[in-house]
Design a protein around this ligand. Structure first.
Ligand SMILES: Nc1nc2c(ncn2[C@@H]2O[C@H](COP(=O)(O)OP(=O)(O)OP(=O)(O)O)[C@@H](O)[C@H]2O)c(=O)[nH]1
Ligand SMILES: [Zn+2]
Length: 345
């Protein structure tokens, strides 16, 4: 067995579920958490400080993410090498332009979806984030930032509450004020891991600073006698005074949910539940008679749902299938515009 300093590791998110995944660790190995990933090396946290580590060939094929728990061994010259990955309990990923999978973060309990109440406000984008997060079985909390300076806070809150399924918490905060910590207290318990997701400028770093303010970071303390130890000012895993830890992520520019059609349907649980009552089993909720969804669900939400389904279908296709689908749409569009022209005459 290996020694586990549970009290220290708990402050970076260790819990019993993770420990139960530990299967015959090699003697001398240490349990650490990935806090940063770079091309040639990673930063891991051992509960006391951050260390620079590299990956042994046995782990090269693994798709590592910030938040993953790994085992590290120390070889000659006090070098830290990662030798095993504990299966993540939750894992958030996304798809790039060409359908390829990118890992975002592992082992998080709550995702704070940060969106500004200014020009950043975009319910469709928020629904895309919700799909990503719910597909990963992570609980979302919608955090609307800049409540102190925005004009129509109450209307926008009401709009989201009416549009999103009940049960998704929606908070309006000033990320620069200590009140934000009180508002988020229910999700900041000891041992919890939160991830911040949202576009650039939404207020993720400001919120991180507010939530971690009172805490003197233990990470990054350089132990003079240990070569290979690494301190950095741009850590992506931060500890809160309450005992929770937060993973900050850079704003994502273009991405798709790493979800297939069925998980998108499941993540729009309000539509999914109503659709069971539609007259036709394959109802598209467009103009079919006996539709239980149309008119009940916000029209823009319904359109966004169909768009996400189309995107998922497309990224699951081979390049040839994609070309065929585009060609089919072009034929249909041409036919539709010919019909319109005919009507105009
Ligand atoms: N008044 C006010 N300003 C805010 C609030 N949240 C963020 N800001 C300001 O908005 C700007 C961007 O905030 P950041 O915290 O850097 O945004 P970010 O999401 O971390 O951006 P990236 O690091 O680029 O992903 C800064 O000037 C903040 O001071 C808020 O709630 N109220
Ligand atoms: Zn329907």
């Amino acid at each position: 067995m290996i020694d586990i300093d549970f009290a220290s590791l708990r402050l970076i998110g260790l819990n019993q579920t993770i420990i139960s995944q530990l299967d015959q660790p090699p003697p001398g190995a240490r349990l650490v958490r990935i806090t940063e990933i770079h091309r040639a090396w990673l930063t891991v946290h051992d509960g006391h400080c951050e260390l620079r580590a590299r990956v042994l060939p046995a782990l090269h094929s693994q798709d590592l993410a910030v938040g993953d728990w790994v085992l590290s061994t120390t070889l000659a010259h006090d070098e830290h090498w990662l030798c095993a990955l504990l299966p993540p309990v939750t894992h958030i990923g996304r798809r790039g332009h060409h359908g390829q999978h990118h890992s975002l973060v592992s082992n998080v309990d709550t995702a704070l979806l940060v969106m500004g109440l200014d020009h950043d406000f975009n319910p469709r984008r928020l629904e895309r984030y919700l799909t990503i997060v719910k597909t990963a079985q992570v609980d979302p909390v919608v955090v609307l930032s800049k409540a102190d300076v925005a004009q129509d806070v109450a209307q926008r809150m009401a709009l989201l509450r009416q549009r999103l399924p009940a049960g998704i918490p929606v908070l309006a905060v000033n990320t620069l004020s200590a009140d934000a910590t009180l508002q988020l207290a229910p999700w900041l318990g000891a041992g919890q891991t939160l991830v911040l997701l949202g576009s650039s400028g939404a207020g993720k770093s400001s919120l991180t600073n507010t939530l971690t303010q009172a805490h003197q970071p233990t990470g990054g303390v350089r132990h003079g006698d240990h070569r290979g130890r690494h301190t950095t000012t741009s850590r992506s895993l931060h500890q809160c005074a309450s005992g929770a830890c937060i993973i900050d992520t850079p704003g994502l520019r273009s991405w798709q949910a790493d979800a297939d059609e069925s998980s998108i349907a499941a993540s729009f649980e309000d539509i999914d539940a109503l659709a069971a009552q539609c007259q036709f089993r394959d109802c598209r909720h467009a103009s079919e008679p006996g539709c239980a969804v149309r008119g009940v669900i916000d029209g823009d939400r319904l359109q966004n749902y169909h768009k996400l389904l189309r995107d998922a279908r497309r990224s699951g296709q081979s390049p040839l299938e994609r070309i065929a689908e585009v060609a089919k749409w072009k034929v249909l569009q041409r036919a539709a515009s010919a019909r319109n022209k005919q009507k105009m005459r």
